[in-house]
Design a protein around this ligand. Structure first.
Ligand code: ADE
Ligand code: ZN
Length: 339
């Protein structure tokens, strides 16, 4: 790739809107936390663990991802994991982050909700103080678990309502359509929470439609299956519903065979408000800039596309209007200076 375009991608101000904090846990930190907490891992070394990261689909990844998260026990564990991610994001010129966390992965092991959110939230506060990076939390419900457990998780979360801005839906997509959680999302909506959901990652375009119609989500996570349905594409363009696309994730989980086959360029050229994100960077081979570089290496994406991606990332963020406008001005200032 042209060195100037590479530089633009690396240096441009950007927001990250689709990052599972448990997916930022690097093998080295998994081993360090296992040692600190006396947890015995079924892998002999960092290398042995990393070599297990050969996924064939979403479920094959989730099995390892939930196993990796089992080393997280204390508030400092959640803080250290989050701070390590935020430092990487800062290096990538990420100015604003909206972080997903999966409380059920932890509360099911007896870790208190307060421990989970306390450590993650404290790291976000420190990133704001150190780097002026803004951030917020989105609590995800695990869709392979029953509706009643999502409701119970929401109850656990309510005492911490001031520490998260929205809810999402993740985990095993196929066979767990968004409408399974219609009543939970209705309650979250009544509470004034922002709403997002994973849809159309491995599942069909129909799941994107029901996430919009039944859950009333404001953004779709992944959503790459939308091109199967022209009426849905027309709707996403008309409404400017953002998609949080994760290119390296889609290759590692075999959603597309090779990056050259990825539909990011087609989504952008159709007028969809696509953004680029890292999903689970410790498992998929790279953080936000690595995702941008991999996509731009493989596809004929241009500086104009880079500009749109930077703009889309802030436009789709759940930020107060004045802060959003300030970030969008930063993007325009950056692109007006750069060649
Ligand atoms: N949890 C973590 N990463 C995920 C993904 N890509 N899809 C669904 N659930 C997830
Ligand atoms: Zn995801």
């Amino acid at each position: 790739m042209d060195a100037t375009l590479r530089n633009t991608l690396e240096q441009m101000p950007k927001a990250e809107l689709h990052i599972h904090i448990e997916g930022s846990l690097e093998p080295e930190l998994i081993f360090a936390l296992a040692r600190r907490n006396g947890v015995v891992l079924p892998y002999a070394s960092v290398e042995a663990l990393r070599s297990a990261y050969a996924f064939t689909n979403l479920q094959s990844f989730l099995d390892i991802y939930y196993a990796g998260a089992s080393v997280l026990l204390t508030e400092p564990d959640f803080y250290d994991m989050t701070m390590a991610y935020l430092a990487r994001a800062h290096d990538d010129h990420v100015r604003h982050v909206e972080i997903f966390f999966d409380p059920q992965t932890h509360t099911a092991r007896g870790v208190a909700f307060a421990t989970v959110i306390g450590g993650i939230y404290r790291a976000l506060q420190d990133a704001r103080a150190q780097w002026g990076m803004s951030g917020a939390l989105i609590m995800c419900f695990l869709r392979h678990l029953p509706e009643a457990e999502a409701f119970a998780t929401l109850e656990d979360a309510l005492p911490y309502r001031d520490k998260f801005i929205g809810v999402g839906l993740d985990s095993s997509e196929r066979g767990h359509p968004p409408e399974k959680f219609t009543r939970v999302f209705a309650r979250c909506r009544a509470l004034g929470l922002h709403l997002v959901a994973h849809a159309g990652e491995e599942g069909p375009a129909q799941y994107i439609t029901t996430a919009l119609d039944d859950l009333h989500v404001e953004r779709i996570d992944h959503g790459v299956a939308c091109l199967q349905d022209p009426a849905l594409v027309e709707r996403l363009v008309r409404q400017q519903t953002a998609l949080t696309v994760c290119p390296l994730s889609n290759i590692k989980l075999c959603v597309f065979e090779r990056m050259e086959n990825h539909n990011l360029l087609a989504l952008l050229d159709a007028g969809i408000a696509a953004t680029v994100n890292s999903d689970d960077p410790a498992y998929f081979g790279g953080y936000l800039n690595a995702n941008l570089l991999a996509a731009f290496e493989a596809l004929p994406l241009t500086r104009e596309h880079a500009h749109r991606l930077a703009r889309n990332s802030f436009a789709a963020a759940f930020l107060p209007p004045a802060e959003k406008a300030a970030y969008l001005r930063e993007v325009e200032a950056f692109f007006s200076q750069q060649p």
